[in-house]
Design a protein around this ligand. Structure first.
Ligand code: HEM
Length: 425
């Protein structure tokens, strides 16, 4: 197989982002696109322009009035306007939601480190030399998932159903899987479930809340002081006030947080660990930093480089709100754009020697958390969580190796493993 920097020839008319060779290594193809056809229309599955250069990606993410999350519903259209989450909203409503939810999220993540350490300790497998463990299933999935349940304030009884629905929705993101209907149904159930949890929290919650409560038997209640109860509390206080935040907003935003808040961390834990294992000097530096309690000096860079080298999310969607010129291409109003941040992170015009995994580099220009108004609100959570996860692992297991080649997940919008078998020594 070609390595990251080896040139590939890509025939844009037949480019297939689901080809197994591309899924295993998209970087050589990204390089070809950046150099030869940096904006390309992809008809099959996506019907969108794929944008590969860092410069163009920044141009899109910086201009959120032109490149929007969702096109306005036409006046007179029969399509109902759905309640939009922070993730899906634009303009004024997005700014309003960010201002309302930012402080609640900060409050919910207070004391995160203690919770993550306890969860990590509980998950570290009990192994003897020679044992093989699937790192993704045993550690990289449950750790961020349970940490997110803690931040959202959802008890395990409800959380397991939520995780099941989230996994279903994430699978449906890939049009080639043909699981859109299952995903939409999963989204509707998840949204009702969060609505019911919020309604149970808000005493005077009206007809919608009563209906939702009647639909779901709720085994457990929300934990006070955490994200979903804080949002529910906001909805309660907003009732009859100037603040525009209802139970529907609680469920839309809880769904968004559940969707965005752990699978990304699972992915970077897997790829980040493999990149360290493939670069023994970097691995040694990280282990020594943990041993000498000096990891806080290097971990911010290490985490950034793990994210830059293999971004958990490779593609972000936008729509053109007006006909616009981008990199010499005319993009008509209403067209969809696939913003390939996984390629921008490897663009030599923005990052020196980008195909080198270098934990000491300055990662300015790294776009794995997005850029502009929608830049990830969970960035600090990941930055606090990942070092604890690695420290716990290396402290318990100073030595292990990759037992067999890991299996990539197959949605080109994401990058991560479904299986990573480690052999403990
Ligand atoms: C490795 C970890 C993570 C990565 C790589 C990541 C990546 C991203 C990216 C690329 C965006 C921008 C989306 C866009 O512009 O369309 C984003 C937004 C967002 N992320 Fe994350 N994320 C991570 C962790 C988290 C966590 C832990 C949470 C919360 C618990 C979270 C919640 C969100 C939310 C709510 C948004 C929407 C923000 C907005 O639209 O204003 N993310 N994330």
């Amino acid at each position: 197989m070609k390595n990251d920097s080896e040139p590939a020839f890509v025939d844009p008319a037949n480019f297939d982002p689901h080809a197994p060779a591309f899924i295993a290594n998209p970087y050589a193809s990204y390089k070809w696109f950046r150099e030869n056809e940096p904006i390309v229309w992809l008809e099959k599955d996506y019907q969108s322009y794929w944008v590969f250069r860092h410069e163009d990606v920044i141009q899109i993410l910086d201009n959120s009035d032109i490149w929007v999350k969702e096109l306005e519903v036409e006046e007179g259209s029969k399509k109902p306007a759905l309640t939009k989450s922070l993730f899906a909203s634009d303009g004024h409503r997005h700014a309003q939601l960010r201002e309302l939810l930012g402080p609640l999220f900060r409050e919910s993540t207070e004391g995160l480190e203690l919770a993550v350490s306890a969860i990590a300790e509980g998950l570290i497998p009990d192994t003897k030399p020679g044992d093989i463990v699937n790192f993704i299933a045993e550690y990289a999935h449950p750790l961020p998932s349970q940490s997110l349940a803690h931040v959202l304030g959802i008890n395990p009884g409800s959380w397991s159903t939520i995780v099941h629905l989230v996994n279903r929705i994430i699978l449906a993101n890939d049009p080639a899987q043909g699981k859109l209907a299952r995903g939409v149904a999963g989204g509707a159930v998840l949204s009702m479930r969060f609505g019911a949890l919020a309604a149970a929290f808000v005493e005077d919650h009206g007809l919608l809340g009563t209906a939702l409560e009647a639909l779901f038997e709720l085994p457990e209640q929300l934990q006070p002081g955490k994200m979903v109860s804080l949002m529910s509390d906001l909805a309660k206080r907003s009732n009859g006030s100037e603040v525009d935040f209802t139970i529907k907003d609680v469920s839309a935003n809880a769904v968004s947080l559940a969707l965005a808040g752990y699978f990304t961390t699972t992915h970077v834990m897997g790829t980040g660990l493999v990149n360290l294992l493939n670069h023994p000097e970097s691995l040694d530096t990280v282990k020594k930093a943990f041993e000498s309690n000096s990891s806080s000096e290097i971990m911010p860079n290490v985490v950034s480089e793990m994210l830059r080298y293999d971004a958990p999310i490779h593609v972000l969607d936008r729509f053109a709100n007006e006909t616009t010129q981008l990199g010499g291409v005319t993009i008509e109003k209403g067209k969809k754009i696939a913003v390939v941040i996984g390629s921008a992170n490897r663009d030599p015009d923005a990052i020196d020697d980008p195909d080198k995994f270098d934990i000491s580099r300055n990662c300015n220009g790294m776009l794995s958390f997005g850029h502009g108004i929608h830049q990830c609100i969970g960035e600090q959570m990941l930055r606090r969580e990942l070092p604890i996860a690695l420290e716990c692992l290396f402290t318990k297991f100073p030595s292990f190796e990759i037992a067999e080649p890991p299996t990539w997940q197959t949605d080109p919008y994401f990058r991560g493993y479904t299986d990573l078998q480690l052999r403990f020594k």
